[in-house]
Design a protein around this ligand. Structure first.
Ligand code: A3P
Length: 324
């Protein structure tokens, strides 16, 4: 058993898990954290251990819905839209779950919440129907945990440059600006090499793109920028995919607009729960709402950085129909 690994694990784990983690390729990221490569992507020990528990222990139900993404790609927004769609016409504006709770509390992460503290969390008290979960793991890793169940997976992806800047801001939310500036360059390097938490970005996006082609009834591939430019069309697509399409009457009554307004960046950002609350992991809810714009990365990346990212994108996404 690798003593260093077993010491860092947050809870008692079996020998098999510890041996597996010790046998994986490892590297150090820009912050000096040891990352392990598992099924194509990189994780720290705690996250990886939770992923392994999820894959082993999770008992899916056919109606489960999973919101998936690479971090900082619009997860919070997609969680809110999914909840609002499924809960529509059940609540008044005062007691709507999205007004009372942050989207991450309503749609918990497998590996960052449920399986983080326990290898066998009690999921029997989840009251939502269908059950809603989320994850940042790539498709192949999620698929293994879902064990051939016909769950619906909705994935959102976003321009790599905006993801990078959003990630950097999120990480540095509590740091001094000078320190943060330095870390943008290091983080950029780590994004470019692919050795970054949940990276490489391109493997992640391509895994769900392929999944959506292979299992179109089970994987919906959405783009943050399209949610911004054509929200009505994308929301209708999401509703149809989830098996709860809008009726003509709902369309005429403004149900789509109501959901889009409820989940808009400014509305969510200004809700009391999102201004003051905090996740069980200690993240201030307000840090999930920064600017919510497309192309803000232009204000932070140098032309050289942009060029290097453009080259990576061209290389890695060649042969796919993914357009940035
Ligand atoms: P920025 O940092 O570019 O502003 P995630 O939810 O995956 O953590 O992604 C966070 C990004 O989504 C942040 O981007 C955040 O501001 C943006 N975001 C959060 N809620 C949003 C909403 N309702 N509409 C659009 N963007 C939103």
């Amino acid at each position: 058993m690798d003593k260093e690994i077993s010491k860092n694990l947050p809870r008692e784990d079996d020998e098999e898990t510890i041996n597996l983690i010790s046998s994986l390729p490892s590297d150090i990221d820009f912050e000096g954290t040891k990352l392990f490569k598992y099924q194509g992507c990189w994780y720290n020990e705690k996250t990886l251990q939770a992923i392994l528990s999820f894959q082993r222990d999770f008992e899916p139900q056919d109606t489960d819905i999973i919101v998936a993404s690479f971090p900082k790609s619009g997860t919070t927004w997609l969680k809110a839209l999914t909840v609002a769609l499924l809960e529509r016409s059940k609540h008044s504006s005062d007691n709507h779950p999205l007004v009372l709770e942050n989207p991450h509390s309503l749609v918990p992460f497998f590996e960052l919440r449920l399986y983080l503290k326990s290898s066998k969390p009690d999921l029997s008290n989840i009251s939502s129907s269908p059950r809603l979960f989320s994850t940042h793991v790539p498709f192949q890793t999620l698929k293994e945990g879902l064990k051939n169940s016909p769950c619906k997976i909705v994935y959102v992806w976003r321009n790599l440059k905006d993801v990078l800047v959003s990630f950097w801001y999120f990480k540095c939310a509590n740091q001094e600006i000078e320190e943060a500036k330095n870390s943008l360059e290091s983080m950029f390097e780590s994004f470019c090499t692919g050795v970054s938490y949940y990276g490489p970005f391109w493997e992640h996006v391509l895994s769900y793109w392929r999944g959506s082609l292979e299992y179109p009834k089970h994987v919906l591939f959405l783009k943050y920028e399209e949610l911004k430019t054509e929200p009505h069309a994308q929301l209708k697509k999401l509703a149809e995919f989830l098996g709860c399409p809008f009726t003509l009457q709902e369309e005429e009554n403004g149900s789509l607009e109501e959901i889009l307004d409820l989940c808009s960046f400014s509305n969510l950002k200004n809700l009391e729960i999102n201004k003051t609350g905090r996740t069980p992991g200690g993240v201030d809810h307000k840090n999930f709402f920064r600017k919510g714009q497309v192309g803000d990365s232009k204000n932070y990346l140098t032309p050289e950085m942009e060029k290097r990212i453009d080259m990576i994108i061209e290389d890695k996404f060649r042969g796919s129909d993914i357009k940035f």
